[in-house]
Design a protein. Structure first.
Length: 201
């Protein structure tokens, strides 16, 4: 029997603990690799912002940031932390078109079921301006896992390249790098695959 999961319910119930654990993470390498592709006045969408840690960094660097998350409790805490409203919508509700220079989806769309991932990526690509950049990260592996009531979609570099090809949209994986966990809450032997995707004309 397949284990049941409700990822948003987990984050609603554990929002305070999760925020406390993630705020101490060091993401500098990831920030640098993402921001080097963006103009200084870039408009960034933090897609599944969680605690607001990354939104706060981008705001403090002078970027225009819109932050969204599907968990209402996370949105409340993150709104206070970044001192601006975090909008509570699910990934599939993204309707923006040609709006953002960059979309930051750190450890967020890995919760999207494999069969729905392509549809979410299309929404993200549509929301980007031409030459816009998506950063996203997945735990490296095959298949999926249900852990603590959360769904995790594992992904390899080759899988991502194939998914992007199958979209039939002018996008390309322009950078890929691997990192160890930035926070103590993740097992030390976990390796993250970090993807930077660019939208072309």
């Amino acid at each position: 029997m397949e284990e049941k999961y409700n990822t948003l319910e987990y984050y609603n119930k554990n929002a305070k603990i999760y925020c406390a654990q993630t705020l101490e993470g060091n993401m500098q390498e990831n920030y640098d690799k993402f921001l080097q592709h963006l103009p200084s006045n870039a408009h960034i969408l933090d897609f599944g912002c969680g605690s607001g840690r990354d939104s706060k960094y981008f705001i403090e660097k002078g970027y225009k940031v819109k932050s969204i998350d599907g968990s209402i409790e996370m949105c409340k805490l993150a709104s206070k932390y970044i001192n601006q409203e975090v909008i509570c919508i699910n990934f599939e509700e993204l309707k923006d078109i040609n709006t953002y220079d960059g979309i930051w989806a750190c450890s967020s769309i890995l919760h999207v079921e494999k069969e729905n991932l392509s549809g979410i990526l299309i929404k993200m690509i549509n929301a980007l301006k031409v030459n816009g950049i998506i950063y996203t990260s997945f735990k490296i592996g095959k298949g999926f896992e249900i852990k603590e009531g959360k769904y995790y979609n594992y992904l390899t570099k080759n899988e991502m390249i194939q998914i992007l090809r199958n979209l039939n949209i002018n996008v390309k994986l322009i950078d890929y790098f691997e990192t160890l966990p930035g926070t103590k809450r993740i097992a030390k032997n976990t390796i993250w695959g970090n993807f930077i995707i660019k939208k072309f004309k």
